[in-house]
Design a protein. Structure first.
Length: 248
C-alpha cells in the first residue's frame, strides 16, 4: 500500500517552499526568534519584579499568537495559497480554538502521568513498600530492587502512553485552521494519525535531529532548519488530510 507521505519528500517540500517564499518565511521566523529572545531577556533583567511578570505574560501571549499564525502561513504556503506577513496574527476564532484545543491535548497527554503517580502511591502505601523515606532507607536492598522495578515499569508505561497521546493530537492545530471545532480537531488529528504512528514518530525524530544540527551552527543554522521543519510539518498534515478526504 502506498504510504500517505514520505519523510524525505516532506523535507524537500519544506526546503523548496522556504526558498520560493524566503522573504515571508524569514520574517515569520525572525519574529518568533525575537519574541523568544525578548522573553529570555525579561526573565533575566526583570526577574522577580511586577513589571517582569507583566512583560513575560504579554510576551507569552504574543508567542502563542505567532505560533498559531506561523502554522496558518505554513499551511497556506504548502497549499500554494496566497499568504502575507499579517497572517501571523490569526483570526480570533482560530486563535481561541487553537489555544483551547492545545490545552485539552496537554491534559490528555498528562493524564497517563497523573495516573502513574497515583498508582505508584497507592501500590506503595497498600503494599507497605517503604511508605516513608526513612523506612525505605532501612529496608533490605532486595526490597529496594523490587520496588524500583515496579516503579520503573509504571513510569515507562506512563511515558509511552503520554508520548502516544502527544503524537495522537499533534495535528489538531492544523485541523483547527481548516475549520474544525475544538473537540472535532482532536478527533480529526486522531483519525489522521491512526495507522501511521511509526512513520510520524520517525518524521518527528528526523525534525528533532535536523534542528539539533541547526543549533550547532547557532542562529544561522536554525534560520534554515526551523522554517523547513514548519513547512514539512504542514505538508505532512496536508497529505494526510487529502488522503482521508479522498477515501471518503
Amino acid at each position: 500500500m502506498k504510504q500517505p507521505f514520505a519523510i524525505k519528500e516532506s523535507l524537500r517540500v519544506g526546503w523548496r517552499t522556504m526558498r520560493t517564499h524566503s522573504a515571508l518565511v524569514f520574517q515569520v521566523v525572525l519574529t518568533m526568534f525575537a519574541l523568544q529572545v525578548a522573553y529570555e531577556v525579561v526573565n533575566k533583567v526583570l526577574a522577580d519584579s511586577a513589571l517582569g511578570m507583566v512583560a513575560a505574560f504579554v510576551l507569552t501571549l504574543l508567542m502563542i499568537v505567532a505560533g498559531v499564525g506561523s502554522a496558518v502561513i505554513s499551511l497556506k504556503l504548502v497549499r500554494k495559497e496566497a499568504a502575507q506577513y499579517r497572517d501571523i496574527i490569526p483570526s480570533q476564532k482560530i486563535l481561541m480554538r487553537s489555544v483551547v484545543s492545545g490545552l485539552l491535548a496537554a491534559l490528555l497527554v498528562l493524564l497517563p502521568l497523573v495516573v502513574a503517580v497515583l498508582v505508584v502511591v497507592l501500590v506503595g502505601v497498600s503494599s507497605g513498600i517503604a511508605p516513608t523515606f526513612s523506612e525505605w532507607a532501612r529496608s533490605p536492598v532486595q526490597e529496594h530492587m523490587f520496588a524500583a522495578s515496579i516503579f520503573a515499569i509504571v513510569a515507562a508505561s506512563a511515558l509511552v502512553c503520554a508520548g502516544y497521546m502527544m503524537l495522537r493530537y499533534s495535528l489538531a492545530r492544523f485541523a483547527v485552521i481548516d475549520g474544525a471545532r475544538i473537540v472535532e480537531s482532536l478527533r480529526t488529528s486522531a483519525t489522521l494519525v491512526r495507522g501511521r504512528v511509526w512513520r510520524l514518530l520517525g518524521f518527528f525524530a528526523v525534525l528533532a535531529l535536523l534542528n539539533i544540527a541547526g543549533a550547532l551552527f547557532f542562529l544561522v543554522g536554525l534560520l534554515i532548519t526551523v522554517p523547513v521543519s514548519m513547512l514539512a510539518y504542514a505538508h505532512v498534515y496536508n497529505q494526510l488530510q487529502a488522503r482521508v478526504e479522498k477515501a471518503r
